[in-house]
Design a binder for this molecule. Structure first.
Ligand code: SF4
Length: 234
């Protein structure tokens, strides 16, 4: 996770600390690359807190980190899980121009629950980001994810999956929401393994290149495996 551990937003499901973050560290991209080299990684997922305090939302730091990782040569794939950059096309473009392997932006929940769950986000804006990313770089794979058990209805989940296919989203993850503390949004429901299997089958039938659906799935769950599983199909 780059750009610090303090977030400028206040999502009801998230355990990350909120407050005033420190300025970006210019040495961070090189240090991330050095860590990946030392660990012998072949696939790296890079994410961040949301930096609404920065004019570019931290997009330049993402771009520099992608470049530093790719310059290592030994990395097969760099996946980025990005914030919405308040919908800024130029910020998104900075990331896209650094050519990540997969660009992930989580929708997290259904639009009806946004005011409660993601009060500073906007469903349409996030969806547009995914569509814009897909159409602005040939070959870029896009990904999104949902937490289930926050009070969404099945038909709402299906509508979100349809929206994602509409904007050409390649991969989707669906996992059970777990409450980080008693101060966070309660778990409204625990889905059964069968329900997750149902979404796995549905997502595949809808044409996603890769679907990961299960109680323990998170957005970076088996990220390399999900990406690799599709390379034989393309
Ligand atoms: S924007 Fe991301 S890191 Fe910040 S509170 Fe929301 S989910 Fe957590």
């Amino acid at each position: 996770m780059i750009l610090g551990n303090i977030c400028t937003r206040n999502c009801a499901f998230c355990g990350v600390a909120r407050g005033k973050p420190a300025p970006p560290d210019p040495t961070e991209p090189e240090r991330i690359a050095a860590a990946a080299r030392e660990l012998g990684l072949s696939y790296v997922v890079v994410t961040s807190v949301t930096r609404d305090d920065l004019p570019d939302g931290g997009s330049a730091q993402f771009a520099e980190t992608i470049r530093a990782l790719k310059e290592l040569g030994a990395i097969e794939g760099v996946e980025v899980l990005i914030p919405d950059f308040k919908g800024s096309p130029s910020s998104l473009n900075k990331v896209v121009q650094a050519h990540p392997t997969v660009l992930n932006h989580n929708l997290e929940t259904v639009p009806r629950l946004y005011p409660e769950i993601r009060p500073q986000a906007n469903y349409r804006r996030s969806l547009e980001l995914l569509g814009r990313a897909k159409s602005s770089a040939q070959g870029l794979l896009t990904k999104s994810g949902l937490m289930l058990g926050l009070g969404e209805r099945e038909e709402e989940v299906v509508a979100v999956l349809e929206d994602l296919r509409q904007v050409g989203c390649d991969f989707v993850t669906l996992g059970q929401y777990l409450r980080p503390s008693l101060g966070h949004h309660p778990v409204v429901r625990y889905l059964t393994p069968e329900e997750f299997s149902h979404y796995q089958d549905l997502g595949q039938r809808m044409g996603f290149r890769g679907v990961a659906s299960g109680p323990l799935v998170r957005s970076s769950f088996s990220a390399e495996g999900l990406w690799k599983s599709t390379r034989v199909k393309t």
